[in-house]
Design a protein around this ligand. Structure first.
Ligand SMILES: *Cc1c(COP(=O)(O)O)cnc(C)c1O
Length: 359
């Protein structure tokens, strides 16, 4: 068996320890005589799995009691509709457009009410986070929406926008659990888990209880009401049971690693290795404003398409895979999520140095 260094933006690398444990438990989960994949989501044994996952996530993020944790399906993209369907009481919301995912959410919201674009960085290919300290947010906006870490472009909010008292809704798919957060500053924090937490198929929504109401837009399907899932503790229907189990293992791993403060340090160290190299390289350049750099997704280019392609190809042959950048940015992107070991980044940089010398 040989494992590569996987720099995919998602689905992405998971801790090897977690994969091994899941493998060991595959045929017989703790004496149950069956795989977690095969058991009823209403069974006692599964109940302990989902309850422990929620408790560990609450502990890691220090989630206040007046927030619900929901394990849902449909990916992050389903939230683009679910959020306005549940929150747009005044049929108006403010969107800050800092990349493709924020833009998709903004466009989807237009199906349900007036989505107002209050700031954008599209003028410079989303290479920065706009100043959000004094935005013109409509008084009657139901919420302010952000994508906190922009997976494709490699930017991250270092300070949250001044929402002027409005509820903040954040897509944190690609920075989930990468550092501590103050949950109380948000109305909703949500993300697909396939970037930094677990296998595709689970989306986690952390939502303040007062935002969970019967009062959704007319026609909202039962399955798309937060209340449906909140009232049933994420067991209204069959949840993505195996995925939640793996997420639970990752939460345990994170606790063992020292929690989110330790992860932040670890992630800062890893990102610094790569950014420091980019900042002195004559061949490779980062593509975003330094002060807005993401710790998770690091896009870079050589400025020459053929050279980019050659780099990606040779890197792959050397065991550094999924480095090709998103088609809208070109070049390369190294996603260095929680589970990417420091050694993976060090070896990548050594490879880049060598490539630069030889080309
Ligand atoms: C990947 C991603 C999405 C889309 O996730 P799906 O689960 O595929 O719907 C949305 N937002 C962000 C920030 C992402 O990185």
């Amino acid at each position: 068996m040989s494992r590569v260094y996987n720099f995919s933006a998602g689905p992405a690398v998971l801790p090897e320890e977690v994969l091994r444990e899941a493998a060991e438990e595959m045929l017989d989960y703790k004496g149950s005589g069956m795989s977690v994949m095969e058991m009823s989501h209403r069974s006692k044994v599964y109940d302990s799995i989902i309850k422990a996952a929620e408790a560990d996530l609450r502990e890691l993020m220090q989630i206040p009691d007046h927030y619900k944790v929901l394990f849902l399906q449909g990916g992050a993209s389903q939230q683009f509709a679910m959020i306005p369907m549940n929150l747009m009481k005044n049929k108006k919301a403010a969107y800050i457009v800092t990349g493709q995912w924020a833009k998709k959410a903004y466009q989807e919201a237009q199906n349900y009410g007036e989505a107002v674009k209050v700031a954008s960085s599209e003028d410079e290919t989303f290479s920065y986070i706009p100043d959000c300290s004094d935005l013109d947010i409509p008084e009657d906006a139901d919420y302010v929406y952000i994508c906190e870490n922009n997976t494709i472009y490699g930017t991250k909010y270092k300070t949250l926008p001044n929402t002027k008292g409005h509820t903040l809704v954040a897509d944190v798919s690609s920075c989930f659990l990468s550092e501590p957060v103050d949950v109380s500053k948000y109305g909703i924090i949500y993300g697909g888990v396939q970037k930094n937490i677990g296998p595709a198929g689970v989306v986690i929504v952390i939502i303040r209880e007062d935002l969970i109401t019967e009062d959704t837009l007319p026609g909202t399907p039962t399955m798309l009401k937060y209340k449906t899932h909140a009232d049933a503790d994420s067991l209204y229907n069959t949840p993505p049971a195996y995925g939640i189990y793996v997420c639970g293992k990752v939460f345990q791993w994170l606790k063992k690693m020292g929690g989110l403060e330790a992860m932040k340090q670890h992630n800062e160290e890893k990102a610094k290795i790569l950014y420091d190299f980019l900042d002195q390289s004559k061949m490779f350049q980062g593509t975003v404003r330094k002060e807005d750099r993401s710790l998770m997704n690091v896009p870079f280019v050589t400025g020459d398409k053929d050279l980019d392609a050659k780099f990606v190809k040779e890197a792959e042959a050397a065991g550094f895979v999924n480095l090709k950048g998103h088609r809208t940015v070109g070049g390369m992107r190294a996603s260095i999520y929680n589970a990417m070991p420091k050694e993976g980044v060090e070896k990548l940089v050594a490879f880049m140095k060598k490539f630069e010398e030889e080309n």
